[in-house]
Design a protein around this ligand. Structure first.
Ligand code: GCU
Length: 325
């Protein structure tokens, strides 16, 4: 009997030890839809390394790429209920969770790459990240996602006229749908992970994205025309659920924010190289790259910005963005 009691205590002791060891390290699960070779994923890997270093291994990020845990929208919903800690969502998809973020998806709103960075680093950029806290989502920062342009299977897009009647995949975003419609094409929302097959089967005639995404998704195997009209420059947003954020100690929150900031600086450098590499690679694989005159695209899409003239809140954000040099 005594022996059995001793064994029982030993068992309880081991269990307690095991739990103590496990609870010594906190894991944050981060899921997203991009490929593991994508520069945004590499930015996240860097963040995970930096966080592990800062916390001496006590706070770690586990990354699940390639839509393993669901689409962008599904991941955000998991964050809201606390079943998943982190994700990256395109600013385009965030707009249905936090309406003001729409400004990031407006056509030709940024004057260039550096202007985009200055907006992201400004008060307006920071406010937009925290705007979504009302919806249980806290933005930690922006990853560069370059400029989005059209790619098509059979028909080169030299001007908006060539888009007429084409079915174009867009993200789950009303602004993206309006934009594609304003250019005469028919927008079809499809998740990133399902797009390869949708293109292959002719569900859509084309899509729009930045060069690294066009390349790492292998959509270039099907779409042989890439037309660099650069209609939007929607950044990616690194998001943590408010539930997961509140589970961290103040020190852990500081480490995580610092690791995110460092990863953002690292990823911006990486992006520029990745963009060139992607363009070279798709061209070598037989894709024709077109550089159309952007003015007709600008002209036809400018109504999207004008729509907000009577929306005081949105109008103010647009003006603040435009006022940044
Ligand atoms: C880009 C963007 C992603 C987005 C993807 C898409 O890669 O950076 O956030 O998921 O496009 O079109 O779905």
């Amino acid at each position: 009997m005594e022996k059995r009691l001793a064994l029982y205590f030993l068992f309880v002791f081991c269990l307690w030890q095991g739990c103590a060891e496990i609870s010594d390290t906190k894991y944050l699960k981060l899921a997203h839809g991009l490929d593991a070779t994508h520069p945004v994923h590499r930015g996240m890997e860097y963040m995970a390394e930096r966080l592990a270093e800062k916390s001496e291994g006590k706070l770690q990020i586990e990354i699940y790429p390639a839509q393993q845990l669901g689409t962008q929208r599904q991941a955000l919903e998991l964050l809201q209920i606390g079943s998943l800690a982190m994700t990256k969502a395109s600013g385009a998809v965030m707009e249905s969770f936090s309406p003001k973020i729409k400004v990031l998806s407006l056509p030709y709103i940024f004057k260039g790459r550096d202007h985009g960075y200055r907006v992201q680093d400004s008060e307006v950029g920071k406010d937009l990240l925290l705007e979504s806290e009302k919806f249980w989502l806290r933005g930690l920062g922006y990853f560069d996602a370059g400029q989005r342009s059209f790619y098509t299977k059979d028909k080169p897009v030299e001007s908006p006229k060539d888009l007429e009647g084409l079915k174009i995949r867009v993200q789950e975003s009303v602004t993206a749908m309006d934009l594609v419609r304003s250019l005469g094409a028919a927008p079809t929302p499809i998740s990133y992970g399902e797009l390869y097959t949708a293109l292959q089967q002719g569900v859509v005639d084309g899509a729009e994205n930045n060069p690294p995404s066009f390349y790492t998704s292998r959509h270039y195997e099907i779409c042989k025309y890439y037309s660099l009209n650069e209609h939007t420059a929607v950044p990616d947003i690194l998001v943590i659920g408010t539930v997961a954020w509140n589970r961290l100690t103040p020190q852990e929150q500081i480490w995580l924010q610092e690791a995110a900031d460092e990863a953002i600086a690292f990823q911006r450098k990486l992006w520029v190289e990745a963009e060139q590499e992607a363009l070279d690679a798709v061209q070598a694989a037989g894709v024709t790259i077109l550089r159309p005159d952007k003015s007709t695209f600008m002209e036809m899409t400018k109504g999207l910005l004008e729509e907000y003239k009577d929306d005081q809140e949105m109008f103010e954000v647009i003006q603040k963005i435009q006022a940044i040099d």
